[in-house]
Structures are given as structure tokens and as C-alpha cells.
Design a protein around this ligand. Structure first.
Ligand SMILES: [Zn+2]
Length: 407
């Protein structure tokens, strides 16, 4: 009798085990999300097809509630995520790192999670995950800020690679004489970047441009191109330039697309690192781009001040000079393919350009707030054109470098 039980159990375990890989393919689905205002609290409700483990914690300045799930499929409209109600001003969703999806809720005032639970399906109502928020004083917020609340949550292991998105740097095969260029598609995952007039996300545009440019650059046979991310996932700003360092890259180009109040303004621009900004707009832009880690709800304890403060040390001066030449060549080649702003090369304290030894530049490819720029950036032909401009700029940049090395 006992043996029979054992066999049955064994068979059950074996069946579940065999089914596991197939199950892993189907991610849990979050099909709805809403914010409700109740007399005593603001309630967040997420509809899901099965119970998932979760972890909730809070972050300050600005005040945010962060909810982590295993990787899930998110089917909630963008418009819904922008409806402000009660304590909530808006929320966003995305992949924080492989295997870990995240919701970041921006709250108008310090708030604490007072209740969290999963309700089983009932009648026509699907399974719901409920989180109640209540306002607290700033002091009370900080007193409870470090403690996370969770259910069935096991610490998600940070993948071995620095970004969690890109595989470990492949050591160059001996005889591979190609130079390494790192392209950095701006934003990603829970940080969408800017949203265009017709709703296109900066994070998708930058990834598509990076993939197109990689194709063109590698087709030349002269370059090996590494992307800081190859899918829709968040990557810390600091990890982005570390990928360049770890791959022994000789060039780092961060790709972005901006938006602005006036829908008429269009054109791209190129930026390099400086502790003093060339102008007010460049400074504002750097501040905006540097918020990526905050938007993604990354815990930056002992890290924020380092990134936001751009101090350029002596060792960086050489790199900065090289970055300057790189930017000039990017301007020269890009203007043949895309419309650039009148002042096309500017500088400011961009955290992502802080690599101490890899010449770096950031390209704003255009304004997604402008219909023409947005339409162009969605066109594969246009993206290929950008790739061709990057190829010619890289060729010119390295030709100059070789000439300098010889003399
Ligand atoms: Zn950006």
C-alpha cells in the first residue's frame, strides 16, 4: 500500500517535472489594473489568471510603491496607467530584469501599504491581487521604507552578467581584428522613455535603431557590435557603460529620442559628457535622461549621488577629447541622413556617458513629439540610413585615430 502511494507520488512529481518547461513558456497574465478611491484608502486591483508570488516595497524622493512579480505578461492599456486617482498619480509596468516584472506606482504623497492579498475568482470576477495604500507622514514613511512585504517571494537572483540582459562578454577570438562598438538603446522595460504623438515608445524605437545599425556596422566586416540590451528590459545606467568596458569597446553610442512641448520642433542632436552644460536645454535633457533608474524603481542606496554628480577626473580628459572628435564625426555623417538641430553638438552631465575609458556620445535621433520625426524613426529604411551614417562616422573616427597613433 505504502509502495503504491510512493509510486503514485513519484509519477505525479515526474509528470509535473516533465510539464515544467512547457509551463514556463506560458507566463502568468495580468489582464486588468485599476485604482479605486475608498474613504479609508486608495486601492490598487490587478486581475490575473493565476496567483503569483510578489514583493512590495516603497521608495522616497520621489515617493513610489514598487511591486515585483516573476516575469508576467501585461495586458493593460497605457491610458489606464495614466489615470490619477486618490494617492496614485500614475503607474508603469515593464521587465526590471530577466525573470522579474515590475509595477512602479508614483504616489502624490508619502504612502504605506496597509493591506495586500489575492482574492480567488468568484462568479464572473477573475482572480484579483489587491493592494491598499494609506497616506502617512514623511517620518512614518522613512521608518517603514526599508521593510518589504511579500508573499511566496524568493529573492530573484540577479543574473551573472552585469546588465541581466546581455550575455557575458565573449572573449575575442584570436585573429578577430574587428573593433568593438557598443550601441546602447536608451530606456527599456519598466522605463519606457518618452511617448510619441501617435503612442510609440522611445524604448522600442531606440532598440529597433540599434538592431538596424548593428546589421549595417557588422556587414562591413570591420566591427563587432554589442548591444547593452537586446530585448525590452530595464538596464541600470551604470551597467550600460560597464558593458562597454567589459567588452573592451572602443566606442559607446547611446541612442535616444526626445519629446518637447512644441510639436513643430524636429531634428536630432549629439551630446558628449561635461560637468558644465553647453546650454539650459542640454542640462534639462541630461536631468531627464538621468532619471531612468528612478523611473524604474531601482534601489540606488549608495549609488544615486555617484551617478547624479558628474565629476570629471583627469583620467577622463583623454577620453573626453576622443568623445569630442567622435561627436563631430557623428554630426558630419548624420546630417547627410537625418535633419539635425541648428546647434547639433551639445554637452551636459549625462550619467550614461561617464565611462572613464571608452569614448562615448549620446544621440537624440529626433523628437517623438513631432509627427515627421516619429514617422521617420518608425521606418526601417530610415533606421538603416542612421546605421550607414554611424558606419561612416566610425570609419572616419578610427582612421583619424590610426593616423594619430602613427605620428
Ligand atoms: Zn531617452
Amino acid at each position: 500500500m505504502r509502495i503504491r502511494h510512493f509510486v503514485a507520488l513519484y509519477l505525479l512529481v515526474a509528470t509535473v517535472w516533465a510539464a515544467a518547461p512547457a509551463m514556463a513558456e506560458r507566463l502568468p497574465v495580468i489582464s486588468g489594473a485599476r485604482v479605486g478611491v475608498h474613504p479609508e484608502s486608495t486601492r490598487l486591483v490587478f486581475e490575473m489568471d493565476r496567483a503569483v508570488p510578489y514583493k512590495i516595497f516603497t521608495l522616497a524622493d520621489p515617493f513610489r510603491i514598487v511591486i515585483d512579480f516573476p516575469e508576467v505578461s501585461w495586458r493593460v492599456s497605457e491610458a489606464r496607467m495614466r489615470t490619477a486617482a486618490g494617492l496614485v498619480s500614475r503607474f508603469r509596468f515593464g521587465l526590471f530584469q530577466p525573470g522579474n516584472s515590475r509595477v512602479v506606482v508614483d504616489v502624490k504623497a508619502p504612502a504605506m501599504v496597509t493591506k495586500h492579498f489575492i482574492l480567488p475568482p468568484k462568479g464572473s470576477k477573475p482572480r484579483r491581487f489587491v493592494v491598499d495604500l494609506n497616506p502617512v507622514t514623511r517620518d512614518a514613511f522613512f521608518a517603514g521604507a526599508r521593510s518589504a512585504q511579500s508573499k511566496n517571494w524568493t529573492k530573484q537572483k540577479r543574473p551573472a552578467s552585469v546588465s541581466g540582459a546581455t550575455p557575458k562578454p565573449k572573449p575575442k577570438r584570436s585573429g578577430d581584428r574587428r573593433r568593438v562598438i557598443v550601441l546602447d538603446p536608451g530606456h527599456g522595460g519598466v522605463d519606457p522613455g518618452t511617448v510619441g504623438v501617435t503612442g510609440s515608445y522611445e524604448k522600442h524605437i531606440t532598440l529597433a535603431v540599434a538592431k538596424a545599425a548593428k546589421k549595417v556596422l557588422e556587414a562591413s566586416g570591420r566591427y563587432r557590435v554589442v548591444l547593452t540590451r537586446t530585448r525590452d528590459v530595464y538596464v541600470r545606467l551604470r551597467d550600460r557603460f560597464e558593458i562597454a568596458h567589459n567588452n573592451k569597446a572602443e566606442m559607446f553610442i547611446s541612442l535616444h529620442a526626445d519629446s518637447i512641448g512644441s510639436r513643430k520642433i524636429r531634428g536630432g542632436s549629439i551630446y558628449t559628457l561635461s560637468d558644465k552644460a553647453s546650454d539650459k536645454e542640454a542640462e534639462d535633457l541630461a536631468n531627464k535622461e538621468n532619471k531612468s533608474d528612478i523611473i524604474a524603481g531601482a534601489d540606488l542606496t549608495g549609488y544615486a549621488s555617484e551617478v547624479s554628480r558628474v565629476l570629471i577626473d583627469l583620467a577622463q580628459n583623454d577620453t573626453n577629447r576622443e568623445s569630442w572628435h567622435l561627436a563631430k564625426m557623428l554630426v558630419g555623417e548624420l546630417k547627410k541622413k537625418i535633419k539635425l538641430l541648428r546647434t547639433s553638438h551639445r554637452y551636459a552631465g549625462f550619467a550614461v556617458l561617464k565611462s572613464p575609458n571608452v569614448p562615448s556620445a549620446l544621440i537624440e535621433l529626433g523628437y517623438l513629439s513631432n509627427r515627421t520625426d516619429e514617422k521617420n524613426l518608425k521606418s526601417p529604411r530610415y533606421r538603416k540610413g542612421i546605421g550607414q551614417a554611424l558606419l561612416r562616422a566610425a570609419d572616419r573616427y578610427f582612421a583619424r585615430k590610426e593616423l594619430n597613433n602613427r605620428s
